[in-house]
Ligand binder design. Structure first.
Ligand code: NAD
Length: 361
């Protein structure tokens, strides 16, 4: 029997509330699709700091490293924001080192606007009437955030950051984008600043070479300034957007906000061979913690990505995504996505509705 191990790291704030619902959905899908999933829970973030004095205890890391995938909630909160030294704060000492230790070089952020939620978008209705479905694939471990030299001059009057990319770093992220595009709209738009930056010129060359292995996927190149504009002018033109670390940081937030709500946004971070990490984009939302108000759909959609990218189970992933679609079309809303006149349901009821609609279409 092929059993897949999933490390479950609920974290802080609404993390445990939404992860509990996402695990319930995964269990329901596993039963329908005859998947054998094992769930093992561990502490991370503030919860781990309270219990052990460290936001990423060694046993949590070991569990993640020995699992097929990691389902992560959120970490942080006012109680921990000013802990000293900063290395013991939940994000800096918990999430960031976990990403690094797992060598998660690819960050995938789907920006999907469900037609039923078109009014939540910041764009004009006619631009998003048919919904949106963009996947931003961002390189996560290279570029200007990590290049050396980096720092301030002794007199403090000059600062330097270095953007650097190796061919191998570009190749591996490009393969992720092309493989993702094969499962979707079969188009990759590679975003760079090749008119100015040497790293971008290399990026463009390498991506073009990788594209030759994917003849069924169409590749276009776009300058990052144009892409920022096109995302608000005509976002429906994009399928997969492939880009480097800093451009991806900015563009993925821009694309995400086209869809309206933080409570709907899922993400996947992948390595070459080890476990991927799946988490909602939102934080621990201390303002609504413990009130059964959190929207669990971002966590549920992250679970769908886990099935797709780490367990290679497209049918099960699509089953969850369709159920979310059906639930939204049927008018179910948590408070964050309800518009005037719509009554809101709680976290648990939303999870239950998704479970009930699995396999509905
Ligand atoms: P946040 O995402 O937690 O919340 C921003 C706003 O969105 C809040 O009003 C919140 O109630 C709302 N919101 C977020 N998720 C929601 C959901 N699922 N359903 C309904 N409403 C939702 O961001 P913040 O307030 O800037 O940060 C709070 C804490 O979370 C901080 O300690 C921050 O460091 C941490 N944080 C963690 C992560 C992570 O773990 N990856 C990411 C971002 C922020």
């Amino acid at each position: 029997m092929d059993v897949k191990r999933i490390a479950v790291l609920p974290g802080d704030g609404i993390g445990p509330e939404v992860v509990k619902v996402a695990v319930a959905v995964l269990k329901a899908v596993a039963e329908r699709c005859r998947l054998h999933l094992e769930f093992h829970e561990a502490l991370v973030g503030g919860a781990a700091y309270d219990a052990t004095g460290h936001p990423l205890p060694p046993e949590t890391l070991a569990l993640c490293q020995s699992s097929d995938a990691v389902l992560f909630g959120a970490v942080g909160g006012p109680k921990y924001d000013n802990l000293e030294p900063p290395e013991i704060r939940p994000e800096r000492g918990g999430l960031l080192p976990l990403r690094k230790k797992l060598n998660l070089f690819a960050n995938l952020r789907p920006a999907r606007l469900y037609p039923a939620l078109a009014s939540a978008s910041s764009l004009k209705p006619e631009l998003v009437a048919k919904g949106l479905d963009i996947l931003v694939v961002r390189e996560l471990l290279g570029g200007i955030y990590f290049g050396q030299p980096k720092g301030r001059s002794d007199d403090g009057r000059r600062a330097v950051d270095t953007s650097a990319y190796e061919v191998s770093e570009i190749e591996r992220i490009a393969h992720v984008a092309f493989q993702a595009a094969k499962r979707r709209g079969k188009r990759v738009c590679s975003v760079d600043k090749a008119n100015v930056l040497e790293t971008s010129r290399l990026w463009r060359e390498v991506v073009a070479r990788v594209a030759e292995s994917y003849p069924d996927v169409e590749l276009t190149d776009m300058l990052v300034d144009n892409c920022a504009m096109q995302l608000v002018r005509n976002p429906a033109q994009f399928d997969v957007v492939l880009t480097e670390n800093m451009f991806g940081d900015i563009l993925s937030d821009e694309a995400a906000m086209l869809t309206g709500s933080l409570g709907m946004l899922a993400s996947a971070s992948l390595s070459s061979s080890g476990p991927g990490l799946y988490e909602p984009v939102h934080g621990s939302a201390p303002d609504i913690t413990g009130q059964n108000k959190a929207n669990p759909l971002a966590a549920i959609l992250s679970a769908a990505l886990l099935l797709r990218y780490s367990l290679n189970h497209e049918d099960a992933a699509a089953m969850i995504e369709r159920a979310v679609d059906v639930v939204l079309q049927a008018g179910y809303r948590t408070a964050d996505i309800a518009t005037a006149g719509q009554s809101a349901i709680g976290t648990c009821a939303m999870g239950q509705s998704v479970i009930e609609k699995l396999g509905a279409v």
